[in-house]
Design a protein around this ligand. Structure first.
Ligand SMILES: [Zn+2]
Ligand SMILES: [Zn+2]
Length: 274
């Protein structure tokens, strides 16, 4: 199995179930060579993010684990930055830039929390036009590509609560145009683009995001991709990795990247297939 690495990992410092050391032990049981932590950097509008007081404790704990497990597994200190929050002044091994909230009218809408929040936002802020909300979401993704972060997180998160396509139709031209524009922004940014299986582990979806249309566009543009599990529970550190490799192959990718130690390294997706 060539993919033995995950760099999108949450813990009890944010909204994860397990302490960082339990995550390291789970990674060791899977034979991982690298585990990167990516707790939510503080955002005062987001209860899932670390508090200002928790951030130095998180950094100290991950640094302790890095030293404690040196020689067994590379432990990386990263964080997930919401595009609307101030960037951290501290140094991290990498940053994942993600859109969890969009500006709508005079407030913020979380696209990651519940389906009811999305439905309510469509009704109260978009006069019932769900495609206008999707357009604002993808504009936010394009804007987030301007950040200096190395990695672009879950760039089709707006599909999280739309597995049955009953919120909107992701094949509708009003959706696809914006989605593919965002794919073009992502590819042009040079960022490593995440293919995220986190919603599968949590029972929202059966496939990763971004989905087939965006992935096919990214493959045509030869954009680099990285499979991650956006893990919130140590039972799911490599959730759906093999199936995601098969999906990427079918969309035209031959290779993907994974972090080995502190640097991304390419591997052949074919070697992931049974
Ligand atoms: Zn996220
Ligand atoms: Zn995350």
């Amino acid at each position: 199995m060539p993919l033995l690495s995950n760099i999108h990992t949450h813990t009890t410092y944010g909204d994860g179930r397990d302490a960082p050391e339990a995550m390291v032990q789970a990674a060791l049981r899977l034979g991982f060579h690298t585990l990167g932590f990516s707790e939510h950097g503080h955002a005062d509008y987001d209860d899932c993010s670390m508090t200002v007081a928790a951030e130095p404790l998180y950094r100290a704990e991950i640094s302790r684990l890095r030293a404690r497990y040196a020689g067994q597994i590379a432990v990386l200190l990263g964080y997930e930055h919401d595009w609307l929050s101030p960037p951290s002044a501290d140094a991290y091994d990498y940053v994942i830039e993600s859109v969890h909230y969009i500006r709508a009218g005079d407030g913020l809408v979380c696209v990651d929390d519940t389906r009811a929040i999305l439905e309510d936002a469509v009704r109260t802020r978009y006069a019932g036009d769900v495609y206008a909300l999707c357009r604002d979401y993808f504009r936010a993704v394009c804007a987030s590509c301007e950040s200096p972060a190395a990695i672009l997180g879950h760039m089709e998160l707006i599909m999280k609560f739309n597995e049955r396509r009953d919120l909107f139709d992701d094949a509708d031209p009003r959706y696809l145009r914006c989605a593919l524009e965002a794919a073009d922004c992502a590819a042009a940014s040079g960022k490593l683009i995440e293919v995220n299986t986190g919603a599968i582990a949590r029972g929202y979806r059966t496939a990763p995001y971004p989905g087939r249309a965006i992935l096919t566009r990214l493959a045509g543009l030869r954009a680099p991709v990285i499979i991650t599990s956006d893990c919130h529970n140590s039972d799911y550190l490599n959730c759906h990795f093999q199936e995601t490799a098969a999906l990427l192959r079918s969309c035209g990718f031959r290779t993907a990247l994974q972090y080995r130690g502190g640097a991304p390294e390419e591997y052949l997706l074919e070697e992931m297939l049974p």
